[in-house]
Design a protein around this ligand. Structure first.
Ligand code: MRU
Length: 340
């Protein structure tokens, strides 16, 4: 399995997702600020992977923190990591979980506090893989045999500690003997689909075809696609789903063509504090991601650009949400609360 992120004595090691598939290069973060920068610049990306990276960042920060300034430094570490990316709620979920452990362990000796925090981060890494396998097991049954599955962005091993959420469902369906193939939407502008999903699935020997984002409607109408499976960055209490920009268009086109649209996500992606998706903060990324492809300008200099990294799919387009505790269906307000 691909190692997205690893805790080592020499620092937190991440595969550099900006360079895949051309180069398999690893980045070592030696302090929490480097972890924060890796999240911000998308060396590591994908909601659950961002959460694990943040937890390891907090642990790394406390390893180097001074005993006499521990509380102040802890707040600073959490603040810097929390300011990296606003949409994936797993980031804040992970930081809160580390804070709870810190508060509990605070009266102990510094070495014990450090050990507790490192232990918690490692536990979150292992837990995430187990959660994804459970999501896969619940989701596999929903995937129609003998058909094509359309996915968007990368919700695979690279977006998690391993196995993946949407790609976990696909992997589990293949392991259960279903004969399926995958269409990966390329996912402009960062190309997570073309670069990362295609790379991951090809390594697993799962038949994969890349389509450009604007081909989704054509193929959804063709009758070839049996279902859509995507991941999520934040799911509001009513089941509205924030995910990579372009997901909403795919969901509407799936609905129009009566193709089931499934969202695979861990319970840590649920945000019950938000009544609907309208309140989910949407990250705006730099214009250069749109105007340039691998450093080459594809648009005239000085042109105005919009680059929202995520969109919100209203719950009415979501056929089911697949979690580690089971499959939720509308009305989501009740079904998601029941699972959590
Ligand atoms: O900007 P990214 O690459 O972090 O966005 C990733 C996505 O939108 C994924 O679909 C989502 O995080 C789910 S990953 C299991």
């Amino acid at each position: 399995m691909i190692e997205t992120i690893q805790w080592t004595d020499g620092g937190v090691i991440m595969i550099d997702q900006r360079l895949l598939p051309a180069e398999e290069t690893y980045v070592t973060c030696k302090d929490y600020r480097e972890v924060a920068e890796a999240i911000r610049s998308m060396v590591i990306r994908g909601a659950p992977a961002i959460g694990v990276a943040a937890a390891m960042g907090v642990a790394l920060g406390v390893l180097h923190a001074k005993a006499e300034r521990l509380d102040a430094e802890f707040d600073e570490i959490c603040g810097v990591l929390a300011a990296t990316r606003p949409t994936a709620v797993n980031l804040f979920w992970a930081i809160d979980r580390m804070r709870r452990v810190f508060v509990e362990a605070r009266t102990g000796r510094l070495e014990q506090i450090r050990a507790r925090l490192v232990g918690e981060a490692l536990c979150m890494h292992q837990e995430d893989i187990a959660v994804n396998r459970a999501i896969g097991a619940h989701g596999a049954a929903l995937v129609p045999d003998g058909r094509t599955v359309l996915t968007h962005c990368n919700a695979g091993a690279l977006a998690t500690a391993g196995y993946g959420t949407a790609l976990g469902v696909i992997r589990a369906a293949v392991s259960s003997g279903k004969k399926i193939d995958v269409f990966a939407g390329e996912t402009r502008p960062f190309l997570q689909g073309a670069r990362l999903t295609a790379w991951e699935l090809q390594r697993d020997g799962i038949a994969t075809t890349i389509i450009t984002d604007n081909m989704a409607g054509h193929f959804l109408r063709s009758g070839r696609i049996g279902c859509v499976v995507v991941g999520a960055d934040r799911i509001a209490a009513n089941g509205d789903v924030a995910n990579k920009i372009g997901t909403y268009s795919v969901a509407v086109l799936a609905g129009e063509n009566k193709v089931p649209f499934y969202v695979a996500a861990p319970l840590s992606t649920l945000d019950f504090s938000l009544a609907s998706g309208d309140a989910i903060p949407i990250e705006q990324r730099p214009a250069a991601e749109v105007t340039h492809v691998f450093g080459v300008a594809v648009a005239p200099g000085g042109v105005r650009v919009e680059n929202p990294a995520f969109d919100v799919t209203p719950a009415r387009y979501v056929s089911a949400i697949i979690t580690e505790r089971g499959v939720a269906r509308a009305p989501y307000e009740e079904s998601l609360r029941g699972l959590k």
